[in-house]
Write a protein that binds this ligand. Structure first.
Ligand SMILES: Cc1cc2nc3c(=O)[nH]c(=O)nc-3n(C[C@H](O)[C@H](O)[C@H](O)COP(=O)(O)OP(=O)(O)OC[C@H]3O[C@@H](n4cnc5c(N)ncnc54)[C@H](O)[C@@H]3O)c2cc1C
Length: 399
């Protein structure tokens, strides 16, 4: 006879995947969650040393650099394994998982010298990078960026100029991957450069506060005559769009996973509270006005998890990248919209307590909002999905 209490997905995951999932869960439970409220009440402005125990614990648990191949010092996880870990990361507030050492996946395309200078110290938790695409005039339409790199033949390097917004990274971030156009006659060739924050001509012009209290800040920078050699280019001149698209797809799948994890935490907190809290002489969970929104949230959470994991399995199976692009958009769109609905419902379940910053639902309500905006807004995900339905066919997009 089968064990009715066995996890539904037990057969889907290998023993090593389950071990990884359990390791990430323990890290989030023991290292991140206990520090959430302190971080929130400090407004997220903590000294560098505050995050060091998180970095060390992540390295000890081998949870750093998960999406990078082993050849460059990463953990070499499959996309499904990345999803299993990001589901756990998403169950913490404050984006504290962002302190886990790692590096943008594009760095695997770097030269050995670039990897030694940027990636290897990032994996040790000694350096940290940002990825700067957005500009004041170029957001959803990333192809309209105006930042430039002009070759100085005499000096044998490039001169970079532009302004970048929402340059996300922890407070101690010290280099950026910046997306600019190399000017070559009439041609504008989108290219990624690695630039150190202390490079002459690179200046932070603002560090505004945002809705969430998060491990990452999102400052604005100007580049004025920043000099960079050809050895600072990742992948080659004109390669930025392709490299960035690869990152977008990965990041959208990770967002889907983190939103799934957030929903699981929200549900656990909602059920625990509503089955204890008594009003009118009854557990509030026994009022359908309370339990039905929780049930709807469970349906949202389960659907988001299935979609995201299915997308990860397709990525691992090497499905057509154009189809994967649409699938990742479906997962990101659904999971981010569902997670926000779920946070709103759970704030309501908690009543006045749901409005307190000490309550995880309150923090999630602010934090999950951005998942509908960054890495392509929900409207941009809908555009990608609609185009794919027309070009690739409804059956392939859904199948
Ligand atoms: C907290 C945070 C962190 C971020 N981190 C980074 C980062 O690390 N690096 C980076 O490069 N960028 C980052 N961004 C920028 C983010 O990717 C952009 O904000 C996002 O792509 C939207 O661009 P925009 O803000 O210029 O809005 P706009 O593009 O001006 O859009 C405004 C509104 O118009 C809608 N819209 C635009 N075009 C269409 C269309 N064709 N059809 C329908 N609706 C449309 C949008 O959906 C949105 O609702 C971050 C943003 C935030 C808020």
């Amino acid at each position: 006879m089968s064990d009715a209490r066995a996890p539904i997905e037990a057969d889907d995951l290998t023993p090593s995947q389950r071990e990884l999932q359990a390791r990430a869960k323990a890290f989030v439970r023991d290292v991140l969650v206990p520090r959430e409220v302190e971080f929130e009440l400090a407004g997220g402005r903590v000294p560098r040393e505050w995050a060091m125990p998180i970095r060390r614990a992540a390295i000890e648990a081998h949870l750093h650099g998960g999406s990078l191949p082993r050849e460059v010092g990463g953990q070499g996880w499959s996309v499904l394994e990345q999803v299993l870990v990001h589901e756990q990361f998403g169950a913490s507030t404050g984006g504290l998982w962002s302190f886990v050492p790692g590096g943008y996946e594009v760095l695997k395309h770097g030269t050995a010298a670039q990897r030694r200078r940027y990636l290897e110290p990032s994996l040790r938790g000694e350096r940290s990078g940002s990825y700067a695409i957005t500009e004041p005039g170029a957001g959803s339409d990333a192809r309209s960026i105006v930042a430039t790199a002009v070759r100085d033949a005499a000096a044998g390097d490039y001169v970079l100029d532009g302004e970048k917004w929402f340059v996300t990274g922890t407070d101690d971030t010290d280099f950026m991957i910046v997306h600019v156009n190399v000017i070559d006659g009439d041609r504008r060739l989108p290219t990624l450069f690695l630039v150190d924050y202390d490079a002459p001509g690179l200046r932070q012009i603002a560090d505004p506060d945002h809705m969430h209290t998060f491990a990452d800040r999102h400052p604005r920078f100007v580049l004025e005559g920043v000099r960079a050699g050809a050895d600072a280019i990742i992948g080659g001149v004109g390669e930025a769009d392709e490299l960035t698209n690869e990152w977008f797809v990965e990041e959208r799948i990770h967002i889907g996973a983190r939103c799934s994890g957030a929903m699981e935490r929200l549900l656990a907190e909602a059920v625990a509270f509503a089955t204890e809290r008594v009003q009118f002489g009854q557990r509030i969970y026994d009022f359908q006005g309370v339990s039905f929104p929780i049930a709807d949230s469970a349906a949202d959470a389960a659907a988001a998890r299935l979609l995201t994991r299915a997308c990860a399995r397709l990525a691992d199976a090497g499905v057509d990248p154009k189809l994967l692009h649409a699938k990742a958009s479906i997962a990101k769109l659904f999971a981010s919209e569902a997670a926000f609905r779920c946070a709103d419902r759970v704030v309501q379940v908690f009543g006045g307590r749901g409005y307190l910053r000490e309550t995880a639902a309150e923090r999630f309500f602010r934090e999950l909002r951005v998942d509908r905006i960054w890495e392509g807004t929900s409207e941009i995900q809908r555009l990608i999905i609609a185009r794919a339905l027309e070009k690739r066919g409804v059956d392939r997009v859904l199948g």
